[in-house]
Design a protein around this ligand. Sequence first.
Ligand code: F6P
Length: 487
Amino acid sequence: MTTADDLIKFAKKALRNKKFIVAIQREPYIHTETPDGIKLQKTAGGAHILLDGILRQIGGLMVAIASGNADSQVVDKHNRVLVPPKEKAYTLKRIFLKKKELDGFYYGFANQTLWPLCHAVFVKPIFSAAWWDMYYKVNEKFADAIIEELDSEEAFVWVNDYHLALLPKMLKDRSSKITIGTFWHIPWPTHEIFRICPWRKELLQGLLGSDFIGFHRGYHVDNFTECARRELGVIVDNEPRSLEYGQSQTKLANIPAGIDYHEIKAKLERHKNINRRIFKTHYGITTQYTVIGVDRIDYTKGLIERLKIIDRFLEKYPEFQEKFTYLSIGAPSRIHIPAYKALNREIFDLVEKINWKYSTSAWQPIYFIDRVLPRERIFEYYRVADACLVTSLDDGMNLVAKEYVICSENDKGMLILSKFTGAAKDLKTAVLINPYNIDESADAMFSALTMPKDERIKRNKAMEVAIKENNIYKWAIDFINKTFENL
Ligand code: F6P
């Protein structure tokens, strides 16, 4: 199994004489004003937490957008601050955006154009030239911030995700001393879908500034290849996959992201005395079965389908009524976007409807908590929940699925996982579902909750081995390795 030490050793060798820089939209640490002074908070899970884990091991610079109301008060004149406060392991350089810029870049082009364009969930992308301009401008701000940090030295820049598609080319145009690896965490659509985007060529050209582009799944590599071939006429080499465009050569591969197995196990160790009474203490839940769901509230996560599955499950298996509770932890997300506002309303209405349908004076089937909870609290819930529902309609990876499996007590929990997540390819022994098929998914829930102990243990062990093997350190080493291969 690959360890943090392996990554440190590897990075020292692979990145010798090179500055390590991560460019990412979301910062892992925010500073906020409170009545007791400025407080530092770690933001909730996602790719920024993976990259924070890597930077804490090997040091370097992270460039990200400022998001805390006291962020500007703690940075130096180059907008830098050392994080985390005790370890001071790496430098976080913040980019400060005006509200208009954030609106066009993040709420506009990134999340109302690219997000629905790339996820096959039938939400129409919106194409706005004003948003595109802001997206371009903010990508340029990242390029400026990175170039400002370079002297004459060489650098390796890790570009994270769909917010920064134009950055690779912008950096390559400004310096020949930068090697770039980009990881695209969300799906890449087929050409039939991608071709509707007015800025499709610019997006592809931007990304082809990378030396390497990583995706979670092979079909996203294929979709990207096909888009680049049809739109830009790239020359495709298949062994290994690489695209030649003008003078540039970009390698592509799928390297599914892993999680920090050890860190999570160590955290759990501190909570090993937790038992299911925690649900009673925190929410008054006393039922025999508690099923958990942990998500950003996003239309790609299949949250409406999930509620329908629960409704059908209680209808079809009435013996579970009063014995079963679904606890949903939903982190509010992108709330200024109309589609997200509508989703929140729809969820609340449906939760109310289902609770009204089945509740008795002593029991309600669903608890919906719409706030961010500390990671360790969620791990405690994972540990003792009887099952976890991941119902994404389309999802690049889904790290909740992996976290649940390693936190849950092997003989108790079972993961019910949508086939349409990248994680489903790594976690083959989960109970796999098509969340659009409500009836079959309700049956799958029944079989997960009534599965014989031996089988649960066997399936969980197999998943745990896969997660342990393909952990975050292996992912980071593979990513850096691929980027520098044949350079
Ligand atoms: O799924 C892609 C992704 O970028 C994740 O890495 C991340 O957790 C999520 O989207 C976060 O979105 P946002 O930054 O909008 O909260």
